[in-house]
Design a protein around this ligand. Sequence first.
Ligand code: EPZ
Length: 421
Amino acid sequence: MSNLVITGGSRLCGIIEVPGAKNAVLPVLAATLLNKGTSILENCPELDDVTTMLEILGALGCGIRREGSRIEVDASRLTASSIPEALARKMRSSIIILGALLARCGEVHVSYPGGCEIGLRPIDMHLKALSQMGAQIDGINDGILCCRAEKLTGCEILLDYPSVGATENIMLAASMAEGETIIRNAAKEPEIDDLQAFLRKLGVQVSGAGTGVIRIQGTREIKAEPVHRIIPDRIVAGTYLAAAAATGGSLVVTGVIYDHIGSVLYCLKRCGCRIKNYSGNVIALESNGNLTALDLVRTSPYPGFPTDMQPQMVALLSKCRGTSVVVETVFENRFRYTEQLMKLGADISVQGRTAIIRGVDKLKAAQLEARDLRGGAALVIGALAAEGTSSISGVNYIDRGYERMEKVLSSIGADIKRVET
Ligand code: EPZ
């Protein structure tokens, strides 16, 4: 296990290049299972979740080659259709393999993904949609999902909520279903657009990503040699920008897509940061450290304020003058990390899905414990903005979504070390 030891007070200044997006590479890696050829992915982030996904693909019989941010997946011959339970449980989002594996093999056994720190995270919409396409699903109650489909048939599906994972699973299953599938109320996140771009390189006719209505014309056999570059990680970019804002720093992030984090940049500007957009993929932020509260931030599906930036924003607002209100509309339990922020002296009260943050002049170092990925990132921001030396345990959560965070932050002036315990 390791801890991050952070001595706050340094202004974060410098340049960061944004890596590929975790939440884009994971569904694209699942989509490589559809292909009886070799898929080449570039700009893949080096994260624990990506490693786990590659272990799962390997266990299914795929040939894997990884050189830095380049990954080759040869799925020409699959030897299994069961996802090893130990691996599936390491990563909740292993459920996005379901649609692709069912389409390719006609049968999938996967452990039912449990809930996590931020909510129950059910998969009812995934299963309902796959059943509509002709899948037979058993075993929901005893922890192992057994899904079978002699044949998947395209159909019209209306999602009760624009679920990212459900949209991805349906797109993958529909890619090899007979006929057309229409997904209404589909998620519009940029990662959906990236998955559509990859599926098109596999020869799948798919359109509508980003519009809320996605059409997929299934094809019986997929054999292609696609090369695909993963889009930049908008949440990693937003996280480091929030850290620079919280420390009164000046940060340039390159390789980012401005519109992918437009809602986050809007809030940072309203707090008092100066933001410059150079040619849409270089963003410069200046903060004098004396920022003001936001009357209301409500998380919502893209292009609204992203739930994955909610904890980081609350950490920043802890030091903004005045009272801010943050409402979390996507997950039912995504404020647990605030108990840790309060150890730093943050003044936060949580009622259900609403957090009220009263900005304080000073945060003081403390011993903190990360229990989920983005909550952990929020604790790092709090510690960077606090006086004194804090330590954060549970770094394994942070490593799931941030490449060598301590190296990146040190490169822009943070006093941060990873200490093995
Ligand atoms: C994806 O999770 C992301 N993960 C999450 O990022 C992100 O927070 C989330 O989308 C929302 O943007 C990956 O892409 C790997 P959802 P996902 O299905 O697909 C409910 C991070 O930190 N729901 O859009 O699981 C669900 O409980 C992670 O990188 C159902 O009720 O999210 C939640 O309340 C965290 N039934 C809401 O919908 C279902 O069948 C949104 O979930 C599916 C979802």
